[in-house]
Ligand binder design. Structure first.
Ligand code: PLP
Length: 399
């Protein structure tokens, strides 16, 4: 007999390391924008695995691609050429300004690849002098040792010292301070196009063109972490497209496989040449099963007008949240790009999230007082209305 919610949660608390403060719900099934828990309750999912399931849960094309690939070949080593990997590499780079890719399994790993590539390139071109990386305060780049070091927020680093040497932090949206920090030791600047975990902070107009110019003038690589914002989330396949720049290195992960764990580090030919056989590797990186999922995901994203829909729905979601702001003083700010939308509150976000969950709406946070909406890109206006109505009720009660 299947275990109930209580039994499952108690096993989890006993057997799984306590790295997450989990909400008391156990999910078993999903379809499109909906999730069902083990007790059969239905939820409207505006978390989407934190910006992962952009095509919605159990998208038929992705499910079929995984099934078909699993029947043929699940895994083979990167010691050999892999058909599914080659086909996806071609499709991805056909749609990206950067034409070389390294595949891995997560956002942190994609950023590790970017950090290693930038250091290798910098060291190779300077007799070992240029290997420092400047990242931004309030950034987030992952949970490995290198990526918590890159992350410009102490709360993620606390207890894990010593961190890696060779990182410095500049304030986001401040080119003047950054310019003063770049030295002959700097090999790269690493930045998110929109700081997502850090509170959905948007770049100031012209910030990225200025940053690109500065990096060119000082001969420093520009790394964009598109792990959360890439693959259509902000209304273009890559967020950099909206800034009118081409970075030197881009990282991707979350939405690449619509839930299949994948990551990628992309760069131009010249930078990619710093990686030689033996420089970097990942057993599962680019494995056939993941690549089949990624290819199906990207084909649907590109082929069905989903990214244009994301722009429209993003505008609609922002407008609905602005309406709520006009009615409820507890909302301090509303901001976002595409379907990465934040509602900043004058109170803790956790209580609001728990109350929304009780009413069947899942939302994430981005810092202690920011609600973050990252629904599947296929979300409808009706579903946005439903979410707005639930929040309206909650804010009414609270006041
Ligand atoms: C911008 C950014 N970079 C890196 C990561 C880390 O990705 P992962 O959790 O897949 O390692 C995240 C995850 O939230 C992210 O938002």
């Amino acid at each position: 007999m299947a275990r109930n919610e209580k039994e499952l949660m108690s096993i989890a608390d006993e057997r799984i390391m306590g790295t997450y403060r989990r909400f008391p719900v156990v999910f078993t099934r999903g379809r499109g924008t909906r999730l069902w828990d083990v007790e059969g309750r239905e939820y409207l999912d505006f978390v989407a695995g934190i910006a992962v399931c952009s095509l919605g849960h159990a998208h038929p094309a992705v499910t079929e691609a995984i099934g078909e690939q699993a029947k043929r070949l699940v895994h083979v080593s990167n010691l050999f050429y892999i058909e599914a990997q080659i086909e996806y590499a071609r499709l991805l780079t056909d749609n990206c300004a950067l034409k070389k890719v390294f595949f891995c399994n997560s956002g942190a790993e994609a950023n590790e690849g970017a950090i290693k590539l930038a250091r290798k390139y910098g060291n190779d071109h300077s007799g070992g002098l240029r290997n420092e990386i400047i990242t931004m305060t309030s950034s987030f780049h992952g949970r490995t040792m290198a990526t918590i070091t890159a992350t410009g927020q102490e709360k993620f680093q606390k207890g894990f010292h010593p961190l890696l040497p060779g990182f410095r932090y500049a304030p986001f949206n401040d080119l003047e301070t950054l310019a003063g920090m770049i030295t002959e030791r700097t090999c790269a600047v690493m930045v998110e196009p929109v700081q997502a975990e850090g509170g959905v902070r948007l770049p100031a107009p012209g910030y990225f063109t200025g940053l690109r110019r500065l990096c060119d003038e000082r001969d420093v690589l520009l790394i964009l972490d598109e792990v959360q914002v890439g693959m259509g989330r902000t209304g273009t396949l890559f967020a950099y497209e909206q800034e009118g720049i081409i970075p030197d290195i881009v990282t991707l992960a979350k939405a690449m496989g619509n839930g299949f764990p994948l990551g990628a580090t992309l760069s131009g030919e010249k930078v990619a040449a710093a990686f030689e056989p033996g420089s970097h590797a990942s057993t599962f990186g680019g494995n056939p099963l993941g690549m089949a999922a990624a290819r199906a995901t990207l084909e649907v994203l590109l082929g069905e007008g989903i990214i244009a829909g994301c722009r429209d729905r993003g505008t609609y979601l922002l407008a609905r949240m602005e309406e709520l702001r006009a009615r409820h003083g507890i909302i301090a700010d509303v901001r976002g790009r595409g379907l990465l939308v934040a509602v900043e509150l004058g109170c803790e976000a956790a209580g609001i999230i728990a109350r929304a969950m009780k009413r069947g709406l899942l939302i994430a946070s981005a810092g202690p007082n920011v609600l973050r909406f990252v629904p599947p890109l296929i979300v409808t206006e009706q579903e946005i209305d439903q979410a707005a109505a639930i929040l309206d009720e909650i804010f009414k009660e609270g006041e």
